[in-house]
Write a new protein. Structure first.
Lengths: 210, 210
DNA sequence: GTCTCCCGCAAACAAACGTTTGAAACGTAT
DNA sequence: ATACGTTTCAAACGTTTGTTTGCGGGAGAC
C-alpha cells in the first residue's frame, strides 16, 4: 500500500479535509493519519503547513488557469457575449477535473475558502500567481457588459463570485438549516447550468439608477 | 476604565475579531487582551468559547429576527412581490444596526461564517433558534415566485444567500486580488441597493429549460 | 562490498490553545 | 464594622498544535 507516491497521497487527503473543515481546523496529524503517511512527511516534502496549503491550490489552479488562458486566447477579439464568457469559465472548471465529479465540489469549496479565509500570505500568493488571469477575465467581462458603470460592474462581479463559491460549498448547511426534503442526488453539471442562469440574470439586471 | 460592562466588552471585541479572522483562528487570549479583561472572564461569564460564539450570534440575530418577524406579520397576506420581500429583509438588517455602520459589515461577515464554517453544534443551534423565521421567509418567497420549480427556487435561494453573505464579507479580498483602483469609501446602503438588484435579477432570470 | 543520497519512522520539542483553580478585591446589606 | 455573594486576577492545568530531531533501511553508482 506504500506504493503510491507519498506527496500525492498527502495532497489528495489534504484537499478533502481542507474542503470539509477549513484550514485552521484541519491538523497535520489528521491529514497524515488519514493519508497513511508519517507525520513528519508533510514538513519534509512541503516545508510547512502553509506551503502545503499553497501546494494544494497550485495543483488545481495551475491546470485550470492554464486551460482558461489558452481558451481565452482562442476566443480573443470575438467580443464574447456575457453568457459565452461565463460558460467558458465554468466549462473550463468542469473540464479540468472532469474525471472525478467529487473534485468539482472540492474545487468550488476551496475557492470559497481561499476567497474568505485568505489572510496575508495566502492573499499575496494568489494575487502574484493568478492575478493576471483574473485581470484578463475582467477585461473580457468589461467588453461583454458595456452598459454597466464601473462601480456596478465591480459589485456585480463581487456578488457573482459569492454566489459561485457558495454554490457547492455550503450545500450541506442549507440542507440542514431548512427542514425541507429537497434534492438528494445532485449533478454538478445541472447545478452549474442553474448557477449560470442566476449569475447572468444578476449581472444583466436592470439598474434602477438612484 | 473598568466601568464598562465586562460581558459587553468581550462581546464587542469578539464579534470584531471573529469577523476579521474566523472562529478557530481567533484565540480567547486575543479577545481578552484586546478587550482589556482577564483571560478567565470568558469562561466565567459564558462557560466556554463555543458558548461565547453563540452569544455573539444571539446578540445580533435576536433583534434582527424579532423585528423581521413583526414586519412579516404586518405585511401578511399582502402577496408581496419579490422585490418588496427582499427589501423587507435587507431594510430590517440595516435598521437593526443602524447606529453603527461598521456593525452592518460585521453582520454580513458573521452570517457568512455561520453559513460556511458552521460545524455540528453551531448548525444545530442556528436551526433550532432561527429555523422558524427562515422557514417563514421561504414560504413568502415561494408565493412571490410562483413560476419557479421547487428545484430552481432551492438553488437560486442558495445562490442569493451566497451573494449576500459574501457581499461585505470578502470586500477586502476582492480589492486586494485585483490591482484596480476602485471605490475606497463604501456606503452600506448603496451596496445594499446594488445587491438587491443583482439578487432580484438572478432569481428572476429566465430558465433555459434543458 | 561500500559509500551516498533519499525517504520513512517514532519520538520529542517548544509554543499556543481552552479551561480550571484559589485567592484577592469588590460592592452591598445587615 | 462585619459578613456575604459576585467579580477579577495571576498562575497553572492538561491537550493539542506545527515543527524538528536522529536513527534506520533501501536503491543505485562506483
Amino acid at each position: 500500500m506504500t506504493q503510491a507516491n507519498t506527496v500525492e497521497r498527502i495532497l489528495d487527503t489534504a484537499e478533502v479535509l481542507f474542503a470539509q473543515k477549513g484550514f485552521a481546523e484541519t491538523s497535520l496529524r489528521a491529514i497524515t493519519s488519514k493519508a497513511g503517511v508519517n507525520l513528519a512527511a508533510v514538513n519534509y516534502h512541503f516545508g510547512s503547513k502553509e506551503a502545503l496549503i499553497q501546494a494544494v491550490f497550485e495543483r488545481f489552479l495551475n491546470p485550470f488557469c492554464g486551460m482558461l488562458e489558452t481558451r481565452m486566447d482562442d476566443s480573443l477579439e470575438q467580443s464574447l457575449t456575457l453568457e459565452k464568457l461565463l460558460g467558458l469559465v465554468s466549462r473550463t472548471a468542469l473540464d479540468t477535473h472532469r474525471s472525478d465529479t467529487r473534485r468539482v465540489a472540492i474545487f468550488f469549496r476551496l475557492s470559497g475558502l481561499a476567497y474568505t479565509q485568505a489572510q496575508g500570505h495566502m492573499r499575496r500568493f494568489l494575487r502574484e500567481r493568478y492575478g493576471a488571469v483574473f485581470g484578463r477575465f475582467l477585461h473580457l467581462l468589461t467588453a461583454a457588459t458595456p452598459t454597466l458603470t464601473p462601480l456596478e460592474r465591480f459589485w456585480r462581479v463581487h456578488f457573482a463570485l459569492g454566489a459561485t463559491t457558495f454554490a457547492l460549498s455550503g450545500m450541506e448547511s442549507l440542507l440542514a438549516i431548512s427542514n425541507n426534503d429537497l434534492p438528494q442526488s445532485i449533478k454538478p453539471e445541472q447545478v452549474n447550468d442553474m448557477l449560470l442562469e442566476f449569475v447572468a440574470g444578476g449581472i444583466r439586471a436592470p439598474s434602477e439608477a438612484s
